[in-house]
Design a protein around this ligand. Structure first.
Ligand SMILES: [Cu+2]
Length: 453
């Protein structure tokens, strides 16, 4: 609170003193109570008995509260920052104005430290599994932004919901206590612990099921930097939506693979009684805690794990039939975007460039409202990048020359040394951020803006 705000609030101090929280330094006076209030504050999170992670989180819990909205309805959300650094929350996967989107690069205001607050107003759309998370720079500070517990589920329910299921579970994958591993020529980030929601494997409540039930899983990869692949021995996942958008061809698969920020909706038919581990297929990550127990009624004993027959998760699997002519339409405007690392000297992270330039030097690319664009991601690196376009949904068109049709997403994993094509209609004027969702890549320059002419 600055001096002016302090004076303005003096009369309220007597009242405020009786309250638990001090008067708030509102950037804009809040006229009415918000529908939701999110307080960002430090917490001690117990991810297993005696294993405490010191982090920051929303409303004292990880993930933050499930925000459930009705498609097409207006919502107000207050964000209050009780940490000691500026922070901002991004509403990931929504088609909302730049000012409300929660990215300072697009002009959304951050919340000042020590009680600074911000009110967000928007119409909830499109329907589907979205999420919200800190969108602040972290750099080498692995206690900020997506390295923390600052993430939560945001579900926008459609006007009519045809899905049939007996139980619904929201699962967020996260890695904790990141540290920098010095490499010979470049640095990497590793983690001490992994969790699904707030608990390591074996320490959370199991998902209790009965034979014949259909369990709907909403899985979010909220890891700052790691891809994750899950399996459930003896079961398959019927994938119904990617990034919250129904897929053209729901298909049974052995694994769910998610890059940072990706979401998968999948239904699992419970038809193999037992006690099972739903977990990371990577043994080290599963042992670090990434998993949870699925327990059938009247079954006891240690949870069983076995590796899946294969890792069969590919975007193409869920595609609509491929048309005979896959050439881009004549009126589609192509935008090639080349991703390359720039060696930054020994002992530092690589920097990342899009068409040769790193943020903030990259010039915004102009879009014309109503035009259809094809982004051609040319990943000339040995890293898989989960690239994210704000405020829009795109259609996957090809992955490494394999055509895809009708799969709608807001993040796509672009394979190494290959081209990935997506198409979208410029239908939401305003500054639009595009970046790699791998926190360290994003912080090392892998970011640019689109703007409307
Ligand atoms: Cu990246």
């Amino acid at each position: 609170m600055n001096r002016r705000q302090f004076l303005r609030n003096t009369s309220a101090i007597a009242t405020a003193a009786a309250l638990k929280h001090p008067p708030l330094a509102w950037a804009q006076a809040p006229p009415t109570p918000a529908d939701h209030t999110i307080r960002i504050a430090p917490i001690h999170l117990e991810i297993a008995p005696g294993k405490i992670v010191k982090t920051t989180a929303f409303n004292g819990r990880v993930p933050g509260e499930l925000i459930r909205l009705q498609e097409g309805k207006a919502v107000t959300i207050d964000v209050i920052n009780d940490t000691n650094v500026a922070d901002i929350i991004h509403w990931h996967g929504l088609h909302i104005p730049s000012k409300e989107d929660g990215a300072t690069e697009e002009g959304s205001p951050a919340s000042a430290p020590h009680g600074g607050s911000q009110r967000f107003n928007f119409i909830a759309k499109p329907a589907g599994f979205r999420w919200y998370h800190s969108h602040i720079y972290a750099g080498h500070n692995l206690n900020r932004s997506l390295y923390t517990g600052e993430f939560g589920f945001l579900m926008i329910d459609p006007a009519s919901n045809p899905a049939r299921y007996d139980q619904e579970h929201f699962l967020a994958l996260h890695d904790w206590n990141g540290f920098i591993v010095p490499g010979e020529s470049f640095q990497e980030i590793a983690y001490n612990h992994s969790t699904i929601n707030d608990k390591m494997l074996g320490f959370g409540e199991p998902i209790r099921v009965t034979q014949g039930q259909r369990i709907l899983l909403h899985v979010l990869n909220a890891s700052p930097t790691l891809m994750h692949t899950l399996a459930l021995p003896g079961h398959k996942f019927l994938v119904t939506a990617l990034d919250g958008n129904p897929v053209p061809k729901p298909t049974l698969v052995n694994t769910l693979r998610l890059g940072p920020a990706e979401r998968v909706d999948a239904i699992v038919l419970m038809d193999q009684p037992g006690v099972w581990v739903l977990g990371e297929i990577d043994d080290d990550l599963r042992k670090a805690g990434m998993g949870l127990v699925i327990e059938y009624a009247n079954k006891t004993g240690a949870a069983q794990w076995s590796a899946p027959a294969n890792d069969d998760f590919h975007y193409e699997t869920f595609s609509a039939p491929i048309p005979s002519n896959t050439a881009p339409p004549a009126d589609e405007v192509q935008i090639p975007l080349v991703f390359r690392p720039k060696f930054n000297g020994p002992g530092d992270f690589d920097h990342w460039t899009i068409n040769g330039l790193s943020w903030p030097k990259a010039k915004p690319i102009k879009l014309t409202e109503g035009t259809r664009y094809r982004l051609i991601f040319d990943n000339q690196s040995n890293d898989i990048h989960p690239v994210h376009l704000h405020r829009h949904t795109f259609e996957l068109k090809s992955i490494n020359n394999n055509p895809v049709q009708g799969v709608m997403k807001d993040v796509v994993l672009t394979p190494t040394n290959a081209k990935t094509e997506v198409a979208f209609t410029a239908d939401n004027p305003g500054l639009t951020l595009f970046h790699c969702h791998q926190q360290e890549h994003m912080d090392s320059g892998f970011m640019m803006l689109f703007d409307y002419a």
